[in-house]
Design a protein around this ligand. Sequence first.
Ligand code: GLN
Length: 184
Amino acid sequence: MTGVLAVQGDFLEHEKALEALGEEWFEIRKPSDLDRHFDRLIFPGGESTVQSKLIKELGMFDRLKEAIDSGIPVFATCAGLILLCDKSSGADGCAFRTIPANVKRNAYGRQLGSFYTEGEFKGLGTIPMEFIRAPYIESIDDGVEVMSVTDGQITGVRYKNQLAVSFHPELCDDTKIFEYFLNM
Ligand code: GLN
């Protein structure tokens, strides 16, 4: 049962991908949703400063952080990745700081704000990658595994129970990353 953070962003697309793979899910919008049982967690794309603010204002920060720390599989895309990284150069959108990595927000500039490419993802071969005002990871600390590199920049990482990517697999037809997450 996957809990999908649904305070802002493209949570619907994540839900569709889970649905396609037969995984049950529910939306986390308010603290009482966290009383339900879940053994996986998704942080969708969107706007990390807004998400970070809402998580705190709605009183869900501590329990979500506890859930991440408990070791259940966590999957985060784009803004979700920013929420998980522990450092950011430039404008901060970090919240949980559970991945020891330095993230750069809106890293591709205005011209390249959004683009589509295909690239290697560790263990999965070539997959489609949709970038939308995406961050990339400038540096990682010990224990962080690099899962994908796009044009020389780190765009996918795994750290213990957390899988986080700069791009949006939920906007592509390919479900390989979701399958990977469901097998974590
Ligand atoms: N630019 C957004 C941020 O800084 C992330 C964009 C996305 O999730 N597509 O939070």
